[in-house]
Design a binder for this molecule. Structure first.
Ligand code: UDP
Length: 254
């Protein structure tokens, strides 16, 4: 097989050159990291689950008219995406206090916010993705006022979509992070949702029991991460029963 050109390798994904100009292949690894990669592990099957889950959410968003990078799933771990120029921001939408917000404001985890709250971090691992006000974003030219209006409008649509889909399967969407990219169509620039949408970048709690079904299971050593992600996939009907996510070894047939 011809070797593919690797464009970028991050903590959980690798991007390869795509088959046509303007496309990339996004490969989902099994690596899990937390606390800016201070905690690391390999979780068998995580990449397969996130590939499927991100496909499911991005396809749903495409269907309701929220533009995003997803083109098609290629295999268990890879999907074809539109290549875009990533806006260097992590866009976080919160419905309930948790994580850094709960800590910063001394709020109890899980308290409902008066309305969805959006915040922005500057994407730079060496700085620990610092929280930044919109004033910085515009002053440093990371995004314009028009871009920010589009980003906020799309982030709220993604929130309504995800919260609704999750509610339908008994899961509360506490918060999530998304990223945006720029694509050019002729002389026009358009923003699209990019990166991934998966339990790696959301907080998902079971509505009845409060059980965590997201990366906090790994961050806080709450049990098996692949069990939690499989539960989300199973409830959403994303994982048909015959798909095995873990690497199985050949077995002898008698
Ligand atoms: N998040 C993420 N990547 C990051 C930081 C946060 O995907 O680099 C997600 C995180 O999983 C959660 C939401 O964004 O769903 C809000 O995270 P928070 O700011 O509370 O930070 P954390 O407590 O995860 O450090």
């Amino acid at each position: 097989m011809a070797r593919r050109k690797k464009i970028y390798e991050g903590k959980a994904k690798i991007l390869y050159e795509g088959p046509e100009p303007g496309t990339l292949v996004q490969y989902f690894k099994d690596d899990a990291t937390a606390f800016n990669a201070e905690k690391k592990d390999v979780i068998d099957g995580k990449g397969v689950l996130n590939n499927r889950l991100s496909e499911f959410f991005m396809t749903g968003l495409n269907n309701i008219g929220v533009p995003n990078h997803f083109l098609k799933r290629l295999n268990m771990r890879e999907q074809l995406i539109r290549s875009c120029e990533i806006v260097p921001l992590e866009v976080i939408v919160r419905n309930f206090a948790a994580g850094s917000m709960a800590k910063r404001l001394g709020m109890e985890e899980g308290s409902q916010l008066p309305r969805p709250v959006i915040e922005f971090s500057y994407k730079d691992d060496s700085l620990g993705d610092p929280l930044v006000p919109e004033e910085y974003i515009m002053a440093f030219g990371w995004a314009s006022q028009q871009d920010m209006d589009d980003i906020v409008a799309m982030a709220l649509r993604v929130n309504d979509f995800l919260a609704g889909v999750m509610f339908g399967v008994g899961i509360k969407l506490i918060d999530f992070k998304i990223e945006f990219g720029r694509v050019w169509e002729g002389d026009f620039m358009r923003l699209i949702v990019a990166d991934e949408i998966s339990p790696d970048s959301c907080r998902l709690w079971d509505i009845e029991t409060g059980r965590k079904l997201d990366k906090d299971v790994f961050r806080q050593d709450l049990g098996s991460l692949s069990d939690a992600y499989s539960e989300v996939a199973r409830r959403l009907g994303v994982l048909p029963g015959n798909v095995t996510t873990t690497n199985t070894k050949p077995t002898l047939v008698n």
